[in-house]
Write a protein that binds this ligand. Structure first.
Ligand code: FAD
Length: 319
């Protein structure tokens, strides 16, 4: 089933569904770890499960004869395979993320063809961040600079038009495409209005729904939805929540995700003696956020689980 149909049905029934974002295991680990997380989340009737996509990294490995060998490695491969495994094992829709970074348009097309063959109908289309060691995003020489171009590509495939022009009689694909949105602005955008105009381009290119970056102040989300509606964006905007879990996140989350932390949350976390206490604060904060979002009638809440189910299940048990 397509995510847009799940969201529209939830809207029609006045329900709020829960969606979970999981990371592929680190290379070398077993897929069982991800199944354990899903086993714990399954009683909460997941609407769908997102699987993140991780860019390649460059590693320098000592050579036996001296010197260093440059290796391009992926720490968390397997996004598409894990998505298919989840759908087969649980019958839950999976949404693999697909990023432009590091891939040519033909490689992106091949990944989409693989998804189509595996019966995957949903994809979250993203640009991705720069590679470690780079200070700005560099598109692949035969790839895309912005997510809107990838959305356009997928929409063309849905119409039976593939990038590889040598192929005649292409069978149309059937993807429902989601994209990312930033209630507190994407860090590279000159201002919020410009960022929302770029989001509109992704929607005009064919994106059927938006998932937001994490935020800790619901007012930011509600303002964002109002501004998106004023800019003519009518598709569902699914809020993203990540439960606070360590004291270190006071500096890490603003640094990595470019979000503001409300004063009350900062004070509550600073007053904690242990990370166990921080996790309790994080759960309570997320419960308050989720209850207010439910009351406002959002069709789904996207939980960034970071591969852990314990704090998310504590939140869900209170919703
Ligand atoms: P875009 O929509 O391309 O926007 C990037 C920037 O370019 C913005 O500042 C935008 O305003 C600007 N822009 C857009 N179009 C144009 C244009 N034509 N001209 C000039 N500027 C333009 N990253 C991963 O690596 N893997 C993941 O699995 C992953 N999952 C994510 C899931 C969610 C829900 C979210 C919110 C983010 C996720 N990310 C992931 C992070 C994401 O890749 C980064 O935030 C990235 O920096 C931007 O991606 P985007 O798709 O929003 O890019």
């Amino acid at each position: 089933m397509k995510v847009i149909d799940i969201l529209r049905r939830a809207e029609a029934e006045g329900k709020t569904r829960f969606a979970f974002e999981l990371l592929p295991p680190l290379k070398g680990e077993n897929i069982g770890a991800i199944f354990e997380v899903i086993d714990a989340l399954a009683p909460y009737d997941p609407a769908y499960i997102n699987i993140t996509h991780h860019r390649e990294e460059v590693k320098y490995v000592p050579r036996s004869g001296g010197g260093l060998e440059r290796r391009v490695v992926r720490k968390r491969p397997g996004t598409v395979g894990i998505s298919a495994a989840i759908m087969a094992r649980y019958g839950i829709e999976a949404v693999p993320h697909l990023i432009c970074g590091g891939a040519s348009r033909f490689e992106l097309e091949d990944a989409l063809i693989e998804m189509e063959f595996l019966g995957i109908e949903n994809v979250l289309a993203l640009r991705g961040d720069c590679m470690k060691g780079e200070n700005a995003f560099q598109a692949h020489s035969d790839g895309y600079s912005h997510a809107a171009e990838l959305v356009r590509h997928i929409e063309n495939m849905n119409r039976g038009k593939f990038e590889d022009a040598a192929i005649e009689n292409c069978t149309p694909t059937h993807f429902c495409v989601g994209v990312a949105g930033y209630p507190e602005k994407h860090f590279e955008a000159p201002n919020r209005a410009a960022d929302i105009a770029r989001l509109r381009e992704k929607v005009d290119a064919g994106a059927q729904y938006v998932v937001t970056q994490l935020f800790y102040d619901n007012a930011r989300y509600f303002e964002y939805v109002d501004d998106c509606r004023a800019a003519g964006i009518t598709v569902p905007i699914v809020p993203g929540l990540k439960p606070f879990s360590t004291k270190r996140q006071l500096s890490l989350l603003p640094q990595i995700f470019h979000v503001d932390l409300p004063d009350a949350l900062v004070k509550a976390v600073e007053a904690c003696k242990t990370n166990e206490d921080v996790r309790k604060v994080g759960v309570e904060w997320a419960v308050d956020q989720a209850l207010a979002l439910k009351k406002a009638g959002v069709p789904a809440i996207h939980f960034y689980t970071m591969g852990r189910s314990d704090n998310v299940t504590k939140i869900l048990s209170k919703l």
